[in-house]
Design a protein around this ligand. Structure first.
Ligand SMILES: Nc1ncnc2c1ncn2[C@@H]1O[C@H](COP(=O)(O)OP(=O)(O)O)[C@@H](O)[C@H]1O
Ligand SMILES: [Mg+2]
Length: 297
């Protein structure tokens, strides 16, 4: 029987779904926090110590969470993912994919570089320049969003609506990430979350926010939507641009009807999605990892 490590600090519902799905495919899985792993380079044993895998490394690693921390701590966690991959162990999504998507600036750059629609975005250090850009955007009649470079679940995202809002314009640890606000089509506030696995869009939902922040963690309501070809293609291309095995892609439809990619998540949750879609995401992920990454190495 094979063994899979699920990296997470909060096994919860998703961890349980994954463990069940892996068991259904004949694999044992253990949840481990990346904070508990270590390098022991030059010792007699393998150079990577993962609790529960002291004798033999796992057949694959599923990354369900990378904890925050100091730059050194986060680099160590990513190094563990990189090292596993270098040692030939499939890492799903791998450390580079996680790095690219956790960094909202790099995500925006890669989407744009691949010719995909994403909002106008500025990422910079200089406060005066950030204020100048924000002032210029407001004067031109646009609203702006300010985001922490490494945020998730809507944390720390602010909307700049008027010049007095510029007083509290704060950087995220010295870096400003400013993005033009996209007013969504239809009534109220909504965006789409499309789940892509191995180049296939497997499910989609509309998230209706209580305000312009449409994260499920912020109380957005989930609604089932049909996966149109336009939405599916965009999500698939975004996932490919960030070279991910699977992703949760956030897409807004603007007032002119255009789909615009906001974010590509390399560690997306799927509890909200499954509450409105008849799909077993954990099973699809487990099958993809085992069939495509373990069995065909
Ligand atoms: N440029 C934007 N225009 C309009 N709404 C946005 C924009 N950027 C983010 N949002 C809203 O904020 C939510 C969270 O932003 P996102 O970039 O996905 O960060 P997070 O990682 O916190 O989910 C989006 O789902 C969307 O509802
Ligand atoms: Mg998001």
């Amino acid at each position: 029987m094979g063994n899979i490590v699920i990296f997470t600090d909060d096994p919860g519902w998703h961890g349980k779904q994954l463990r069940l799905a892996f068991a259904g495919q004949g694999y044992h899985s253990h949840t481990v926090s990346l904070t508990e792993c270590q390098f022991r380079i030059g010792c007699e044993q393998q150079p990577l110590l993962i609790p529960g895998f002291a004798d033999a490394l796992p057949d694959a690693a599923f990354v369900r969470g990378v904890p925050g921390g100091s730059l050194e701590e986060v680099v160590l966690y990513l190094d563990i993912l990189h090292a596993l991959k270098i040692m030939g162990i499939p890492v799903y999504n791998d450390g580079h994919a996680v790095e690219r998507s956790v960094d909202k600036g790099m995500t925006s750059f890669l989407l744009h570089n691949a010719g995909l629609p994403t909002p106008l975005t500025w990422v910079l250090r200089d406060r005066d320049e950030a204020l100048r850009i924000a002032g210029q955007e407001l004067a031109a009649g646009h609203l702006l969003i300010s985001k922490p470079l490494f945020g998730s679940q809507g944390e720390g995202i602010r909307r700049i609506e008027k010049t007095t809002d510029l007083f509290w314009l704060t950087s995220s640890r010295g870096v400003y990430y400013l993005q033009r606000f996209v007013t969504c089509a239809g009534d109220g506030f909504s965006d789409y979350r499309v789940f892509v696995i191995n180049g296939r869009a497997v499910a989609a939902m509309r998230r209706r926010g209580k305000s312009w922040l449409n994260n499920v963690a912020r109380g957005a309501r989930c609604e089932c939507v049909d996966l149109t070809a336009g939405l599916a293609d965009l999500a698939i291309n975004a996932t490919a641009a960030l070279a991910m095995d699977y992703a949760g892609v956030d897409i807004i439809q603007d007032r002119a009807g255009r789909y615009i990619i906001i974010e590509v998540n390399s560690i997306p949750a799927w509890k909200g999605l499954e509450s409105v879609c008849d799909v077993n995401i954990a099973q699809l992920l487990a099958e993809d990892l085992i069939n495509r990454r373990i069995n065909r190495q």
